[in-house]
Design a protein around this ligand. Structure first.
Ligand SMILES: Cc1cc2nc3c(=O)[nH]c(=O)nc-3n(C[C@H](O)[C@H](O)[C@H](O)COP(=O)(O)OP(=O)(O)OC[C@H]3O[C@@H](n4cnc5c(N)ncnc54)[C@H](O)[C@@H]3O)c2cc1C
Length: 283
């Protein structure tokens, strides 16, 4: 029995190593030196506890990426450990530089502050050099004509910003529905950025909810995101990004509204516990 497990382990390990080698080869990355130093060329305070860092490769060799992908950023912490974390590239593919947008994770109920996000907020300024991995991830913008429904909560707006940027540059005729929920306007990262690019789209509907602030208007509401009275094209492709319970609730509501589960994709900003129990929230 133990030998069988050993074999499964090694087969799985070998296939991951082969996949990693393929990705490195595709990007021209030396597998012995997978980190590419990038210099922060711009830092933008996007919202309370959210910054964008625009990163340019020190060697001038831009890492190609596809819209929707993320990079890992590795930092050396004061305790001597080196910690990598993933950050979605919040700008479209083809941009001259990579932009990542980082929410500062503050500890609550006795839990410590997030290590890497805090370090980046306190130490990453124009001129700082960070180690960045090659882009990865398969939540990608497709090239079909299907309407897109982009649903995000909080810092989950980062892939939405990249997708809207891409569509504004390449596919302004593709119908887009943008639904976002944030705590309040002060915490709503990339709001102006997404709004500016959305204005270049020819068929776009946008609705924002603020859960902890009074807001009423044609495009903004108070409270939790509620899609009950919102028009949803049945053949749309849906992207979800936000905390897991939020995505589970929204996915359930979408499926109940008749959207086929295979049309709904999602990105989890942490270990994907949903993939291990995909039925939860699919009511
Ligand atoms: C594919 C992907 C894309 C992502 N994109 C983005 C993005 O665009 N923007 C973004 O801001 N983030 C993004 N993330 C999340 C990001 O990678 C980090 O997880 C996030 O920044 C937190 O990292 P940290 O080091 O600051 O927190 P960590 O130090 O990893 O802590 C995480 C949480 O664990 C808690 N914790 C730690 N230790 C303990 C303990 N001993 N007891 C109790 N609780 C503890 C902390 O309080 C905190 O809430 C993405 C993640 C993935 C996987």
């Amino acid at each position: 029995m133990r030998a069988a497990w050993d074999e499964v382990y090694w087969l799985f390990g070998c296939s991951l190593i082969a996949e990693e080698a393929r990705l490195y080869a595709e990007a021209g990355t030396d597998p012995d030196h997978p980190w590419r130093p990038h210099r922060v060329v711009e830092r933008v305070e996007e919202a309370r506890d959210a910054i964008s860092l625009v990163l340019e490769p020190v060697d001038g060799h831009i890492l190609p990426h596809r819209t929707g992908q993320y990079v890992a950023v590795a930092v050396d912490l004061p305790d001597g450990t080196r910690q990598p974390r993933q950050y979605t590239i919040s700008s479209a593919s083809g941009s001259a530089a990579l932009r990542v947008t980082v929410k500062r994770v503050r500890g609550s109920d006795g839990a410590p502050d997030g290590q890497v996000s805090t370090w980046l907020h306190e130490n990453a300024h124009v001129g700082t050099v960070l180690d960045v991995s090659q882009p990865a991830g398969d939540l990608l913008l497709d090239d079909s004509d299907d309407a897109l429904v982009l649903i995000s909560a909080g810092i989950g707006i980062t892939p939405v910003a990249a997708i809207v940027d891409d569509l504004a540059q390449r596919r302004p005729d593709r119908p887009v529905h943008l639904f976002h929920v944030d705590r309040e306007p002060e915490t709503h990262a990339l709001v102006a950025d997404v709004r500016d690019r959305a204005q270049r789209l020819n068929d776009v509907r946008a609705l924002t909810w603020y859960s902890a602030s009074e807001a009423e208007g044609s495009a903004v509401r108070s409270g939790r995101m509620d899609l009950a009275d919102v028009e949803l094209p049945q053949t749309a492709r849906v992207f979800l990004c936000g905390p897991l319970p939020f995505m589970q609730a929204i996915r359930g509501a979408l499926v109940a509204r008749g959207i086929a589960p295979e049309r709904i994709e999602y990105e989890v900003f942490g270990p994907d516990r949903w993939a291990r129990q995909p039925k939860s929230g699919a009511a």
